[in-house]
Ligand binder design. Structure first.
Ligand SMILES: [Mg+2]
Length: 121
């Protein structure tokens, strides 16, 4: 079981993620709707894993990834990308993203990624 922080500006995506995570036996520590909120919540709740959307207002997922990794080098961050964001994915790898999932995602992809990043400790 992992304690997860969900960062996504789409309420629908957050809802789907929450349901998948709950069914998988994980605990949702918090939800943020933009990168800035995500970084603040990360510091507050210290999750085991973050699911991070890339395209968001205020602060995008890449910037939030950088801030979180700066704060905690051991942070586990799974990037959720839309199709056609290859350049952003490459950038995210450079910034230390731990895994990637492309929208539209399914439960197996999400739960598999959580398992992988937790194992990589
Ligand atoms: Mg988005």
């Amino acid at each position: 079981m992992a304690k997860v922080l969900i960062v996504d500006d789409s309420r629908t995506s957050r809802k789907i993620l929450k349901e998948i995570l709950k069914v998988g036996g994980h605990e949702i520590l918090g939800e943020a709707s933009n990168g800035e909120e995500g970084v603040i919540l990360y510091k507050e709740c210290k999750p085991d894993v973050v699911t991070m959307d890339i395209t968001m207002p205020n602060m995008n997922g890449l910037e939030a990834l950088m801030c979180i990794k700066k704060e905690d080098g051991n942070a586990k961050v799974i990037m959720i990308t839309a199709a056609g964001q290859k350049e952003k994915m490459v950038q995210a790898i450079k910034e230390g993203a731990d895994d990637f999932i492309t929208k539209p995602f399914d439960a197996d992809q999400i739960l598999g990624a959580i398992k992988r990043v937790l194992k990589s400790d």
